[in-house]
Each structure stands twice: as structure tokens, then as C-alpha cells.
Design a protein around this ligand. Structure first.
Ligand code: ATP
Ligand code: MG
Length: 407
């Protein structure tokens, strides 16, 4: 199988998918705007060829350059693991008549209003919602959804420009902050626990899935700096709400016409026991989620994905053995990290269960927590027992502290 990967070297985890495809026997070609020497070694290892383009975002020019590129094969698939390049990938598929997400289907994944409308038609439980482009329309939409509500860009990412509105006065206050967004979607605010539902799917059928708990919900994690957000990849999915989430996720995939590859969904479990759909992306989850899946299942998710795509099956044994927590830390203060406390105590208590500790060290400049969930570093730990996992994660959240300063 001959596969073209758009931007095979970025974001950081993408080379692992590229290498996985090659290990499964695919010939993988890449096109991207990173100069060849800047490609990570793992990506280079997987690539049979690479076309460096100056401007990745001009679809017409990109397609022309791909036509002029003399690779000795006919492409069977175009893969894209990066949200912002999903539309571009769809245009390339269309131009070369390659199966997979076409531009129209991609819009269902990229536009939260179109997505929800299609899912409403399929009878999937969505929050009440309405799209709006003017403040009058937002006001009208808020009357329809009721309070609390969420206002967010119709094609957002990373919870940017996403606001919870509890009261009409609050809408007045946030209105100026919405000016730069062309279209928003207003939604009923769903109170509940927020989870992911990630799948490897073949011909529209889920072959592998994994669920992560966001603790706290992503909006809170992304808007309150003093929090140490955590994601817990869950071991035991044999529970009624996860069964319901699996049924819902399968229905979503069917309703949107997704065929083969990774999907990344988000959903809520409400206190009344309802399972409510959040959103779907037609690509793998970002960050180190693949690693969390590997630590949970003791397998190789990149190979599993690649086998699914190239051979239509997953033959590895998948043992769900551990709950895996990643806890992201944000330093107190601005500037450079000056000190870390609590690491000795953490090691003393939980050393055998700690997989990775990659906190910024003194002297390092703080990262922008608004831009990256990674924040000032993370600790990953795992345990077969969920309560124990949460106890350890809470210890990292509450007792490991980074301080920063400008001195
Ligand atoms: N209707 C809703 N009810 C409750 N919370 C919501 C709702 N819509 C969004 N949120 C919160 O806001 C966060 C961001 O919203 P959403 O996932 O739709 O946007 P995004 O920016 O595409 O997200 P991502 O961070 O996955 O890129 C959600 O993870 C959730 O915590
Ligand atoms: Mg989201």
C-alpha cells in the first residue's frame, strides 16, 4: 500500500504513526513545509520519499507540486494526523480520486454546527445548539439553549475562545471577546464528567477503543492556571456508561460516514446517567495520548493503527492492564523555573508506579500554558487500581510544586 502523509514530522507524535505504517509494509511518502533536515529521525525512518513545499496551505499549488513529483507509485491513501491540515488532505484526496475523508465529509468533522445537525438527524444525544454570526443571533440562540450555555467557535481547537455563560449579563461581558470570531456555536452546557472516546476503525467498524477521563473537564483545565489538569486512561471499560458510550460512538462514526483510521471523540456522562456527545475529530488524539494507550494496554497503538489501515485487522493482544495518569503542572510565578518541590517525597511514596517525569528544570523558561496543555511539564504514572492511580495523581497535583521567577 502506498500512503501519502501530510506533514509527517509534526506535531511531535506523528512520526510514530509514519514509522508504524512503514513497519507494516506500507510505502510512506510525506509532503510538508518542514525542510527535510528538520524532520525527526523517526519520521525519516518511515518515509520512502519526502516532498518539501514552501507553502503547505495553498491547496491548488500543493496539488500541482504533487502532480509534478515523480514518485514511482500510485497512491492508495492520504493520511493526515493534524487537525488544521484535515481540509487540505481532503482536497488532495479529491484531486487524486483517493478514498477516505472527502472535503464534504471533512466539513462534518471540522464544523461543530454541521456535525451536530447530522448527529441530531441520526438521533444521537447532542446538547441543544444553534450557530450564530451576529450578537442578535447569539442572543436568540441563548434563549433557545437556556442557561448555562457554552459559546465557542464553530471550528475551534484547544478550547480557545470557549466561554461558559451562566446569565444574560455575562454574555454582555464576553461579547467584546467574540468580535474576532466569524461564526460561533451556542450550546446547552452539559454538566457531567468529561471523557474521550478514541477509536481505530476499519470500514466504519470500531476495532479498538480507549477512554480517557479529563480531570477536571477540559474547559476548566484550559481556563484556570492554578489547576494541575490530568488525563486518566482507564483500564476497566466494562461498565454500563462505557458500553453506552461505545454504542453512541459507533453510531456517530456510522452517521458521519467515517471509514478507516483513527478517531478522537469527547463525551459527557451526566449525574442522571445520561451519555451526551461532545465532538469528534477524524484523526488521533493529540499530545501523548498514544503513549497513554500503550501504557494502559501494554501494546503498540501505532502498529495497531497501521495494521488496521493496511490490512484491515488488529492482531496484537490487547490486555487492559493499567490506569494511566498524566498530570500537567504549571509553575507559580512568571519567567524561569527556580525550584521544584515534592519530587523526593513523590519518589519515596510511589517510585515503582512512576513511568515518566518530565517537569521543566530550574533555569528553563516557563511554557505558555494557554498555548499548550503540556504546560511546564508532566508526570505519568500507572496502577492497576483506579483509586490508587487517582491518589498518586492527586499527590502530583497537590504536593509537587514548581516555582518560577524573573530574578
Ligand atoms: N456543550 C458543552 N457543555 C459543557 N462543556 C462544554 C460544551 N462544549 C464545550 N465544552 C467544554 O469546552 C471544551 C472545549 O470544547 P470543544 O471540545 O467543543 O472545543 P475544541 O476547542 O475543539 O476542543 P479541543 O480542546 O478538543 O480542541 C470541552 O472539552 C468541554 O470541557
Ligand atoms: Mg474538544
Amino acid at each position: 500500500m502506498n500512503i501519502l502523509v501530510i506533514q509527517p514530522g509534526f506535531p511531535a507524535e506523528i512520526p510514530l504513526f509514519v514509522r508504524g505504517l512503514a513497519r507494516m509494509g506500507a510505502r510512506v511518502y510525506g509532503v510538508g513545509d518542514q525542510p527535510p533536515h528538520a524532520l525527526p529521525a523517526t519520521a525519516k525512518e518511515g518515509l520512502s520519499g519526502y516532498l518539501h513545499v514552501q507553502k503547505l496551505w495553498d491547496a491548488g499549488a500543493l496539488i500541482q507540486q504533487l502532480r509534478n513529483w515523480s514518485i514511482p507509485v500510485k497512491l492508495d491513501r492520504v493520511e493526515c494526523f493534524w487537525e488544521v491540515a484535515m481540509d487540505l488532505a481532503a482536497q488532495v484526496r479529491q484531486a487524486f480520486r483517493i478514498p477516505g475523508l472527502d472535503p464534504e465529509t471533512t466539513r462534518l468533522f471540522r464544523n461543530k454546527d454541521l456535525m451536530r445537525r447530522r448527529l441530531d438527524e441520526a438521533g444521537i444525544r447532542n446538547p441543544r445548539h444553534a450557530a450564530a454570526t451576529t450578537s442578535a443571533q447569539i442572543r436568540q440562540a441563548l434563549e433557545y439553549t437556556g442557561y448555562p450555555a457554552i459559546i465557542k467557535p464553530v471550528s475551534g481547537a484547544g478550547s480557545a475562545d470557549t466561554y461558559r455563560v451562566d446569565h444574560p449579563d455575562e454574555f454582555q461581558r464576553i461579547l467584546p471577546r467574540l468580535r474576532h470570531i466569524r461564526e460561533v456555536v451556542v450550546e446547552e452546557f452539559v454538566t457531567g464528567t468529561e471523557y474521550t472516546f478514541d477509536t481505530i476503525t476499519v470500514n466504519g467498524k470500531i476495532l479498538f477503543y480507549n477512554v480517557e477521563l479529563y480531570r477536571p473537564d477540559m474547559l476548566t483545565a484550559r481556563s484556570q492556571e492554578q489547576i494541575s489538569p490530568m488525563t486518566i486512561s482507564l483500564r476497566d471499560l466494562d461498565q454500563p456508561h462505557f458500553h453506552a458510550a461505545l454504542r453512541m460512538s459507533q453510531s456517530v462514526i456510522t452517521a458521519l460516514g467515517f471509514q478507516t483510521g483513527f478517531t478522537h471523540m469527547e463525551w459527557f456522562h451526566t449525574p442522571s446517567g445520561e451519555v451526551v456527545f461532545g465532538e469528534i475529530a477524524g484523526r488521533p488524539p493529540g499530545g501523548d495520548s498514544g503513549e497513554l494507550m500503550n501504557y494502559t494496554c501494554d501494546f503498540d497503538v501505532y502498529n495497531a493503527y497501521a495494521e488496521a489501515v493496511t490490512k484491515g485487522r488488529i492482531s496484537q493482544n490487547i490486555g487492559r492492564k493499567y490506569n494511566v495518569a498524566v498530570v500537567f503542572k504549571r509553575a507559580q510565578g512568571q519567567g524561569k523555573i527556580q525550584s521544584i518541590e515534592g519530587l523526593n517525597e513523590l519518589a519515596k511514596r510511589y517510585r515503582p508506579h512512576i513511568l515518566r517525569e518530565e517537569l521543566l528544570r530550574p533555569g528553563a523558561k516557563r511554557r505558555d500554558w494557554k498555548q499548550t496543555l503540556l504546560s511546564d511539564g508532566f508526570v505519568i504514572l500507572r496502577h492497576p487500581d483506579l483509586d490508587k492511580t487517582l491518589e498518586m495523581a492527586d499527590f502530583v497535583a497537590n504536593h509537587v510544586r514548581l516555582r518560577a521567577g524573573t530574578g
